[in-house]
Write a protein that binds this ligand. Structure first.
Ligand code: ATR
Length: 280
């Protein structure tokens, strides 16, 4: 069925570079259709130097909301009118809402990740957790887990200085969570409630040297990678009987939470999930 667009059709979208391969247009358009909302979601390829103009364009053209993806999640912040304290701390926005010309930014990667853990029946409160990686994704995951009451979070990163800076920065904001930059040896020797891979290792080449069978005790595993759907770490978790999830849940729930942030309505999660499952 062809959708009839009119002068009242609301426009949403995603800005990034590249954006051509984004799953979000299919997922969000299916959600609008399912709830009979007169809106369309488009992909806008925006070069880094054109971010101020693109954000001004959201106001000028009355675009109702956008997702923001690589490499613009940090650079858009200075163009916005309001962001939540947690989003400020992470330093990355993935969703913008236009409220009568006032642009409000949030980060639904954080809530999306925490919600994806529910499929493992895992709550971060009072738990010991280790993160592999200290990049942009790690910041969002770390903030979400600390905000949800994790008691202890270890961070291991190839570039140790990056993990150390993250610990220093976030320790001040989350004094109730013990944060520590650690070696692989510590990850191997410490019993953990959850291990999260936030690195890009496993996406194209799999250079990760962590062997889960050598770990003392890991109760759950989350790998943020969703393509391929089963990284070496996830395959190993399956062999060892460790409950595990890939990044598909985070992708789905960040989209669901963005939809609700824009429309104020519960997202049609099953419809959105079906779209993602058709793509992989
Ligand atoms: P993202 O926003 O997806 O987190 P990023 O900020 O570029 O992307 O961070 C990528 C993460 O993957 C970093 O923790 C990076 O480690 P470094 O800080 O040492 O660069 C990690 N990473 C990427 N390739 C890696 C590899 N081959 N081995 C180990 N870690 C790797």
């Amino acid at each position: 069925m062809t959708k009839i667009l009119s002068g009242r059709t609301r426009i949403y979208g995603i800005i990034g570079c590249p954006v051509e391969h984004s799953f979000s247009p299919l997922m969000q358009n299916a959600a609008f259709d399912a709830l009979k909302i007169d809106a369309r979601y488009l992909a806008f390829s925006v070069k880094p130097e054109q971010i101020p103009q693109a954000i001004a364009g959201i106001r000028a053209l009355n675009i109702h909301g956008v997702n923001v993806t690589v490499p613009h999640k940090s650079s858009v912040i200075s163009c916005l009118d309001e962001i939540s304290p947690l989003t400020q701390l992470i330093g990355a926005v993935n969703t913008i809402k236009n409220v009568r010309g006032r642009l409000i930014g949030t980060n639904t990667d954080v809530s999306g990740f925490i919600r994806s853990l529910e499929t493992l029946n895992f709550s971060p409160k009072h738990k010991s957790i280790a993160l592999l990686g200290a990049g942009g994704s790690s910041r969002a995951v770390l903030a979400g887990l600390a905000d949800a009451g994790a008691s202890c979070i270890f961070i291991h990163n190839r570039t140790v200085g990056r993990a150390e800076s993250l610990v220093t920065e976030f320790s001040q904001k989350f004094p109730d969570t013990q944060l520590k930059s650690v070696s692989v040896k510590t990850i191997l020797e410490t019993p953990l409630d959850l291990l999260v891979n936030t690195t890009t290792v496993g996406m194209e080449t799999d250079a990760s040297r962590l062997d889960l069978s050598q770990c003392r005790k890991i109760k759950h595993l989350a790998d943020l990678i969703y393509s391929p759907p089963k990284t070496r770490l996830l395959k190993q978790a399956e062999e060892l009987g460790i409950p595990a999830i890939n990044g598909m849940g985070m992708l789905l729930y960040q989209g669901c939470d963005a939809f609700t942030f824009w429309t104020g309505q519960p997202a049609p999660e099953t419809v959105m999930q079906e779209q993602l499952l058709n793509l992989v």
